[in-house]
Design a protein around this ligand. Structure first.
Ligand SMILES: NC(=O)c1ccc[n+]([C@@H]2O[C@H](COP(=O)([O-])OP(=O)(O)OC[C@H]3O[C@@H](n4cnc5c(N)ncnc54)[C@H](O)[C@@H]3O)[C@@H](O)[C@H]2O)c1
Ligand SMILES: N[C@@H](CCC=O)C(=O)O
Length: 543
């Protein structure tokens, strides 16, 4: 137990390396890329701190050069899940009782490892394994990940400080207990920072986690486990279980000890997991907390007064950075006909310079999409547009998976505002634009609000303040992260807490105190200093 109130100072967001020509970081990153590329590693499960190899394995390859093998991952099933549950519950006995500042200090150290000695490893492994450019990798695998670690520790301190009122004669207290059991963290391929945050946020609050990383981003996930080991994370607090969703997920969901699901990924998978939990509800010792951040059909809506240059740049960055594989990526746009010609000409003039290819070529703005399944799905939408009368390709539309899973940045013009590519999440570099008549401004805002079942991110562009106000009002429920005169991507921890509602998730805002509260079960304690000695009340006295 601690004998003082220790204090974490308010962190600042991590600053990013530019990797511009001539900078020392550019050379260091290249060296690390070469070091990693020229070795093949084994990626085992990590259960109770021990590396566990299994008899089912898969190659780990680079999306932009799929014949290049980075390693071999060992896949888990029921047996490893059972081992992990046992190890987690054993670890919980000590971890849940650990003073919070001891837990927090592991996180602060992990953040300094990520931004210090592991910086280039985090960046290079994310570049190679997930096909990110140096910038896209730096802002999240280094910057956002470190921000999650530092700010969550700070938010936890703020939560613990909140205590109830105590009138005379009693001392009221709130004890912020971890949940009973373990939390199941299921992570997506597209953000290394999210992969790290989902098992770590519950663990910071004293919980233990079973972590099922996405197999397609397993390479950088494994380095997260290395960082945690070096930071002093005790064995069994985070158990790393690579494997297919069903092989790992189904046995985990059936455990009576499941106390929470921390999920980020597609809406379909989240709904499947939620239903499975509901089906098993009678089994559990406690009602599992369910937190899920899922898909999006994020929009940019421009008014006739919009600054067209700003809209063009926002559209290119938001639609094509990281190949459109951000849940926040802009994938539908609404442009008034009075500025359409100007927008189209400027957009086409800029987009022709957007290079894509091997991320080791630092002149590229985009790499490859994550795997064959994603490639097939994205290109099926492009083929659909090519064959449809209700939409046409204005730019791009080419693709090639012979060496890497490359899809050209693509712009689609929809003649129907409910065209398939205006409604469905594609999760690739495909942006669809609908041109509306200026006088149908409000009607089109309504369309934007109800065209897709999602409500994750959205951006509005206008110079006229009344127009901005109207747009913000109509679209109040259309996005959990809403941007005015800026692109709808690149939320920063402690600046724009992230998450959306409707079919985009439970909106518990990753990297915030609200999220941490989901992993806490409060015990209210009332201690009376001088207990009552008489059971009667004054109104009962005889007159
Ligand atoms: N809202 C957000 O904050 C956010 C952030 C990142 C990604 N996303 C969304 O994630 C999706 C892309 O990621 P993805 O392709 O990795 O998603 P996905 O749903 O295919 O996979 C996510 C994770 O779920 C696992 N999974 C699949 N079936 C499972 C099962 N039956 N049991 C347990 N686990 C199972 C996968 O193996 C993976 O680890 C997109 O829809 C994107 O919008 C949302
Ligand atoms: N935090 C990221 C999105 C995460 C989802 O993929 C952003 O704001 O662009």
């Amino acid at each position: 137990m601690s004998n003082a109130f220790f204090e974490i100072r308010e962190p600042e967001n991590e600053s990013y390396n530019s990797y511009a020509p001539g900078t020392p970081e550019r050379e260091e990153l290249r060296e690390e890329i070469n070091r990693l590329k020229n070795q093949e590693i084994q990626i085992p499960a990590i259960i109770g701190g021990k590396e566990v190899k299994t008899d089912r394995q898969e190659d780990v390859v680079m999306p932009h050069n799929h014949s290049h093998k980075l390693g071999t991952v060992h896949l888990c099933g029921q047996k490893e899940v059972d081992m992990a549950i046992e190890a987690a519950l054993e670890a919980r006995k000590q971890w849940a009782d650990m003073p919070w500042e001891e837990r927090a200090s592991i996180y602060l150290k992990a953040a300094d490892l990520v931004t210090g000695p592991y910086r280039y490893t985090m960046n290079a492994s994310t570049m190679l394994g997930q096909s990110k450019t140096p910038h896209q990798s730096e802002i999240e695998a280094v910057g956002e990940f470190a921000d999650f670690l530092r700010f969550n520790a700070y938010y936890l301190q703020e939560i613990y400080e909140k205590q109830p009122y105590s009138p005379e004669g009693m001392w009221n207290r709130m004890e912020y207990r971890p949940l009973e059991g373990f939390v199941f963290a299921v992570t997506p391929f597209n953000f290394t920072a999210i992969a790290g945050n989902l098992p770590l946020a519950p663990a910071l609050c004293g919980n233990v986690s079973l972590w099922k990383p996405a197999t397609s981003s397993i390479y950088s996930s494994y380095f997260i486990m290395k960082v945690l080991k070096e930071a002093g994370m005790p064995d069994g607090v985070i158990n790393f279980l690579p494997g297919s969703g069903a092989d790992v997920g189904d046995p985990v969901i059936k455990s009576e000890h499941l106390s929470g699901l921390h999920f980020t990924g597609s809406t379909n998978t989240f709904q499947y997991l939620w239903k499975s939990i509901a089906e098993n509800i009678e089994k559990y010792n406690t009602y599992p907390r369910i937190v899920g951040e899922t898909g999006g059909k994020d929009f940019i809506f421009a008014h006739e007064s919009a600054d067209v240059d700003a809209v063009v740049i926002a559209a290119i960055r938001a639609a094509y950075e990281y190949q459109g594989q951000k849940c926040s990526a802009a994938s539908r746009m609404y442009i008034p006909d009075s500025i359409w010609d100007e927008f189209r000409d400027k957009f086409l003039d800029e987009v022709k310079d957007v290079n894509y290819g091997d991320v080791e070529d630092f002149t590229n703005f985009m790499g490859a999409v994550i795997d064959q399944k994603a490639f097939d799905n994205i290109t099926s939408y492009i083929d659909y547009v090519k064959e449809s009368d209700d939409g046409e390709i204005l730019y791009g539309g080419n693709y090639d998976d012979s060496e890497g899973y490359f899809v050209e940045p693509t712009l689609v013009l929809a003649h129907d505002p409910k065209f398939k590519t205006m409604e469905e999440e594609i999760f690739g570099p495909v942006l669809t634009v609908y041109v509306y008549e200026d006088e149908k401004f409000e009607e089109t805002l309504e369309l934007c609000d109800n065209t897709s079942p999602y409500a994750l991110t959205g951006a509005i562009f206008a110079q006229e303040r009344y127009a901005l106000k109207k747009m913000a009002d109509y679209l109040r429920q259309a996005a959990g992260n809403f941007y005015i005169n800026d692109k709808p991507t690149a939320a920063i921890v402690n600046q724009q807490p992230f998450g959306g509602a409707r079919k985009s998730g439970t909106n518990d805002k990753a990297g915030s105190a609200a999220n941490l509260m989901r992993w806490i079960s409060v015990r209210s304690i009332k201690e009376t200093t001088v207990p009552a000695k008489d059971w009667t009340y004054p109104y009962m006295d005889e007159e």
